[in-house]
Design a binder for this molecule. Structure first.
Ligand SMILES: *[C@@H]1O[C@H](CO)[C@@H](O)[C@H](O)[C@H]1NC(C)=O
Ligand SMILES: *[C@@H]1O[C@H](CO)[C@@H](O)[C@H](O)[C@H]1NC(C)=O
Ligand SMILES: *[C@@H]1O[C@H](CO)[C@@H](O)[C@H](O)[C@H]1NC(C)=O
Ligand SMILES: *[C@@H]1O[C@H](CO)[C@@H](O)[C@H](O)[C@H]1NC(C)=O
Ligand SMILES: *[C@@H]1O[C@H](CO)[C@@H](O)[C@H](O)[C@H]1NC(C)=O
Ligand SMILES: *[C@@H]1O[C@H](CO)[C@@H](O)[C@H](O)[C@H]1NC(C)=O
Ligand SMILES: *[C@@H]1O[C@H](CO)[C@@H](O)[C@H](O)[C@H]1NC(C)=O
Ligand SMILES: *[C@@H]1O[C@H](CO)[C@@H](O)[C@H](O)[C@H]1NC(C)=O
Ligand SMILES: *[C@@H]1O[C@H](CO)[C@@H](O)[C@H](O)[C@H]1NC(C)=O
Ligand SMILES: *[C@@H]1O[C@H](CO)[C@@H](O)[C@H](O)[C@H]1NC(C)=O
Length: 500
């Protein structure tokens, strides 16, 4: 009775927070030395990755995943979509071969029908919903429809006017597909699959979207984006895109369909035209994304509602055509070594091997010298950092300039404050990095000594109970305006940023 009631409540309630968010990974296989399925599964297990999305339903992969407890989304590739969408029998056959043959040993929990169909294969759009329905009927016939959800991943580019999120709507050309699709997702208890790429949003914004906003880095409150209609504050692009999807569904009167992010990530390497595809940015994005998701933070519109996310992607794919960045979205190289070491303090057990507490706070490139000096004075004064290593003759005196000295002081403050959010900002002149700035005998707090001993960072200064990143002692007229110009839709963002 209680269970029936609970089920009823969940079925009728708006988007609800009935389970924790998880992090999964996508498995692209365009590698010249693709690890075999056993090796892939070994890596997933070592990293405690419990959720995987395949771009097909590779038999060997599904066999290797049997009895591991790893939950798997299998996919109908775009080139099989037309057949399935046109024939109930073909769909049933696909399910028999690729799903029924593997469950329950392999825990298949979702089927992704095609990928970015509306934007990359518009000719198949008319049969997309039929394909979902046919696959679902086959699951229903085998009584698997409740444990295996059917959906189709969308590019976020089908959402128009996505900032402010409250004005977002799906490209109306696709209403004939989106309306029955959302009806299907709602009636089957499935979810909207959405690919969210703040990297591309940032790249295409011509400088309107600040990099920090794309990377989940703390923004000074004066720079947060505010949706003027809802007064919701947005601190990162990811949340804004997910909320745009909720609002676009609301625009079509659907209020109780959850969003699962089927792809998100950041490339760690690019060519000359992709200067922000760097190891540091990829690490920052993915580390912050994982922390954000696993914290069950939800979004401003639906706080606490989990937004489970699959990172794009497990391996770097050297055979992928296109720009350098296309080949460098992976967390791991084909030999299973991490491309970079994620910094995941407090994120829980996923990607457990990669955890490290080594992040540092440094002066931002090109920061204004006067602002740096003011922040340095604050850190060594009211901020109560022990700046004695910066005195003449001491280990961190050289190089004797405001950038090096403020870097030392910013980092000492950040470590002293246990790296809590907002403590590496200093009115925008400081930035977090994973690169240890120690040099020679100048060991920075928070860095491991050569023998792995963590340099003491808690004894540097008397404890302070200030939670602000810098006191109010900086002259306010020196910051707060951002000279962005652009004619894109992100101008709305600009307005709210500047005129808040
Ligand atoms: C598969 O995953 C679901 C969802 O977490 C879980 O409830 C179920 O017990 C799992 N089944 C197996 C066989 O591991
Ligand atoms: C498709 O096949 C299933 C059985 O696999 C059946 O229950 C369903 O009614 C069929 N649907 C259509 C539209 O023919
Ligand atoms: C909406 O979708 C149609 C059909 O794909 C496309 O031609 C059009 O450019 C899209 N509109 C916008 C603003 O992206
Ligand atoms: C949504 O509901 C409102 C109020 O019931 C109605 O006026 C509107 O036409 C509906 N929109 C759609 C797309 O069904
Ligand atoms: C975690 O969630 C809490 C509220 O549940 C929020 O206050 C906090 O800022 C979140 N932390 C991160 C890192 O998102
Ligand atoms: C993860 O940790 C396990 C055990 O500590 C180790 O055997 C394995 O090589 C590590 N994997 C990576 C990718 O570091
Ligand atoms: C990382 O930091 C957390 C919390 O500050 C601490 O519990 C953990 O032991 C640290 N891990 C390492 C390897 O220093
Ligand atoms: C590691 O280095 C620290 C500081 O340099 C030193 O105090 C400690 O004794 C060293 N530990 C070992 C095991 O060598
Ligand atoms: C580290 O800090 C603790 C607590 O303040 C202090 O007792 C200890 O002596 C310090 N260790 C070093 C090597 O400075
Ligand atoms: C913060 O510091 C002030 C003055 O040093 C003290 O009176 C107050 O109790 C402290 N608050 C906390 C929460 O420690």
């Amino acid at each position: 009775m209680a269970m029936i009631l609970l089920f009823f409540l969940l079925a009728v309630s708006a988007v609800s927070a009935d389970q924790d968010a998880f992090i999964g990974v996508n498995l692209g296989m365009d590698l010249s030395d693709m690890p075999n399925p056993t090796q892939v599964v070994a890596l997933l297990k070592a990293q405690n990755i419990r959720h995987l999305r395949l771009y097909d339903a590779d038999r060997a992969m599904l066999l290797a995943l049997a009895n591991t407890g790893i939950q798997v989304i299998v996919s109908v590739p775009n080139d099989q979509l037309l057949g399935i969408g046109q024939s109930n029998a073909t769909a049933a056959n696909w399910v028999a071969r690729n799903v029924i043959a593997h469950v329950p040993a392999t825990n298949i929990t979702g089927i992704a029908i095609g990928s970015d169909v509306l934007t990359t294969l518009p000719n198949a759009a008319p049969i997309l919903v039929s394909a979902l329905k046919f696959i679902h009927s086959a699951l229903l016939a085998s009584n698997l429809d409740r444990q295996i959800k059917v959906s189709t991943p969308h590019s976020s580019s089908i959402i128009l006017d996505s900032f402010p999120p409250s004005q977002a709507f799906f490209n109306r050309s696709w209403d004939p597909v989106m309306v029955p699709l959302l009806q299907f997702l709602q009636s089957t208890g499935s979810y909207l699959m959405l690919n969210v790429y703040p990297y591309y949003d940032y790249m295409q914004s011509n400088g309107v979207i600040p990099l920090d906003y794309a990377l989940f880095r703390p923004l000074p409150p004066t720079k947060e984006a505010v949706d003027a209609n809802t007064l919701l504050h947005y601190t990162n692009v990811f949340d804004a895109v997910v909320d745009a999807a909720y609002f676009a569904m609301l625009d079509l009167n659907f209020t109780n369909i959850r969003v699962v992010v089927t792809e998100s990530g950041w490339p760690s390497k690019g060519d000359a035209s992709e200067p922000d595809a760097t190891l540091d940015n990829a690490n920052t994005y993915n580390s912050n994304l994982i922390r954000h998701v696993l914290n069950n933070t939800g979004t401003p519109k639906h706080p606490g509602v989990p937004v489970s996310t699959y990172i794009y992607e497990l391996y770097n794919e050297d055979l992928r055509p296109g720009s350098v960045s296309e080949k460098n979205w992976g967390l791991f190289n084909s030999n299973g070594m991490p491309v970079y070491t994620l910094h995941l303090t407090g994120a829980g057990a996923v990607l457990a091997n990669d955890t490290t507490n080594q992040t540092f706070c440094v002066a931002r490139d090109g920061a204004d010298r006067r602002l740096l000096q003011a922040a340095l004075d604050w850190a060594c004064g009211p901020g109560k950092v022990d700046c004695s290593p910066l005195l003449q003759g001491q280990s961190c005196y050289q190089p004797d300039n405001v950038i090096a000295h403020s870097t030392y002081a910013f980092n000492a403050y950040y470590q002293k404050m246990a790296k809590s959010p907002g403590t590496c900002d200093f009115k925008g002149v400081a930035i977090i990095t994973t690169t240890n700035p120690s040099h020679g005998t100048c060991l920075f707090p928070g860095s491991s000594g050569s023998n792995g001993t963590l340099v003491n960072s808690t004894s540097l200064a008397p404890s302070s109970n200030s939670s602000d990143s810098a006191g109010g002692c900086l002259p306010k007229h020196l910051y707060g305006t951002i000279p962005y110009t652009s004619s894109t839709i992100f101008c709305v963002l600009l307005m709210t940023l500047v005129f808040l």
